[in-house]
Design a protein around this ligand. Structure first.
Ligand code: SF4
Length: 310
């Protein structure tokens, strides 16, 4: 027997958290157990703990090659034929002009999805459902640009796809990644009708910071519109939006302030996720002065997650 290579131990107030990132197992352990694991001394563990750790992947048999296990799990997900998962770029256009936009300055194309492409996608889904009996779920992520721009022009087509799937006895669901500024009650109703299960909105700081980063084409800030969008989404009581905070050196020190703002404005029930802005994803060549170093990201995220928890 040996300890898994995927075990991580982090200090947690008085004790430690033992996490296995391959299985998701999580235990609170004391310093004695930490020492046993650090020193690879399985023989010092109680029998019942060895059994528990074996059942949860903390301890594995000597012959197990975890890299192969990981490869298997990834391929299983990748080639799983039960879920037909599509990301559809509804438009290249956006009403924002964020400096770090990974889609560039948007001069390449601003057009919305064409009728031709809509038909091709619908026919693709139809053929997949006809030829692959294993598919039980069709999941569509609506992406842009800003996918809610001229969203009304896509509703009929998306509802047709929904009908196509449901007529075939399949579960149809959507998710959407949006800047949040165009959310209104009508949009929420449409999303609800399209079985939207996930709605992600980006908020990069409190008003001053967000307004420097998430700007419109005329340079004006978007904080108030995004907050309004989040509140409308919350009040719909159908989809709890996930707030994504994109971080780099320039907004990192203001995250505390943003979390307090969200708490004070009753937006603290939204799950929050952090996105890392990387140079290669941005449209400006010298953005790297603001990007976090790869080797510091782990520690920074742990600190942020603790702040979130608190
Ligand atoms: S809102 Fe999204 S798509 Fe639009 S400019 Fe900003 S990062 Fe790019």
């Amino acid at each position: 027997m040996k300890f898994s290579n995927y075990n991580l131990i982090y200090p947690n107030s008085k004790n430690y958290l033992l996490v296995n990132t391959l299985t998701g197992a999580l235990f609170e352990i004391d310093s004695i157990y930490k020492q046993i694991i650090d020193n690879n001394q399985i023989f010092l563990l109680k029998k019942e703990d060895i059994l528990l750790y074996k059942n949860t992947g903390i301890i594995i048999e000597d012959h197990v090659n975890e890299c192969r296990v990981l490869e298997y799990l990834l391929n299983k997900e990748k080639y799983c034929s039960k879920i037909l998962s599509l990301t559809i770029l509804l438009t290249w256009a956006c009403n924002f002009a964020c400096p770090y936009c990974f889609e560039g300055d948007k001069t390449k194309g601003t057009s919305a999805i064409s009728s031709y492409t809509k038909n091709v996608i619908k026919e693709f889904i139809r053929k997949m459902l006809e030829t692959n009996g294993n598919i039980s779920v069709v999941s569509i992520t609506l992406f842009g640009g800003e996918p809610l721009l001229e969203f009304n022009k896509n509703i009929t087509w998306l509802k047709e796809i929904k009908e196509l799937c449901e007529d075939a006895g399949k579960h149809f669901c959507t998710s959407i990644v949006t800047n949040g500024s165009l959310i209104n009650p009508q949009v929420m109703q449409w999303l609800n009708e399209l079985n939207c299960e996930f709605l992600q909105i980006t908020l990069d700081g409190t008003r001053e910071i967000h307004n420097q980063r998430r700007v419109k084409k005329d340079g004006s800030g978007t904080f108030d519109e995004v907050i309004t969008g989040i509140k409308i989404a919350l009040s719909s009581k159908t989809i709890v939006p996930l707030i994504r905070i994109n971080i780099d050196k320039s907004n990192l020190q203001y995250i505390d302030e943003l979390l307090i703002y969200l708490k004070n404005h009753n937006i603290n029930m939204c799950p929050i996720d952090f996105g890392i802005i990387r140079t290669e994803n941005t449209s400006i060549s010298n953005y790297d002065v603001d990007c976090l170093q790869e080797d510091e990201i782990g520690e920074i995220l742990i600190t942020l997650w603790y702040k979130l928890k608190n």
